[in-house]
Design a protein around this ligand. Structure first.
Ligand SMILES: [Ca+2]
Length: 149
């Protein structure tokens, strides 16, 4: 009986630890000349204690057949994964720099985690810069770190 109880408690902890959440990510491309991109975009967000959600490519999380990251547009990406234990405060956004005029001007990334009990954790990462080799600061990635220091 005791063993059963332990197993039950273990199962309970496991199911909480591996609870699946729905993630909704809105990415806004700036309204500037050549701001859009067809490059592959990857995103990683992490909590203050280093728990991460890594998305190797946002495209499969987007609408089928939709042209993402066009000038002045906000695109929606949705998927499921292991819940983050707290609100993320750090983001790494990266372009592979491929395609026609790959330079990308990113306005912002809005992250939401919808939990099984429907509570929501939200965080907006302001970017407001180019991810481009040929425009300052000349890198294809940006780190936005709002975590407490
Ligand atoms: Ca461009």
């Amino acid at each position: 009986m005791k063993i059963l109880l332990v197993l039950f408690l273990l199962a309970l902890t496991q199911s909480t630890a591996y609870a699946q959440c729905e993630f909704v990510i809105l990415v806004t491309t700036g309204n500037k000349e050549d701001a859009g991109t067809d490059a592959r975009i990857s995103l990683s967000v992490s909590t203050a204690n280093g728990k991460k959600l890594v998305i190797e490519s946002l495209k499969p999380w987007g609408q089928k057949g939709h042209n993402n990251f066009e000038r002045g547009h906000t695109d929606t990406f949705e998927g499921r994964g292991k819940c983050l234990p707290s609100k993320p405060c750090r983001m790494l956004l990266e372009s592979n720099g491929k395609g026609n005029k790959p330079g990308w001007f990113v306005d912002k990334v809005e992250f939401s985690q919808i939990e099984p009990n429907l509570s929501v954790k939200q965080k907006t990462f302001k970017v407001n810069r180019w991810l481009a080799r040929d425009v300052s600061p000349g890198t294809l990635f940006v780190v936005v770190d709002d975590c407490p220091k």
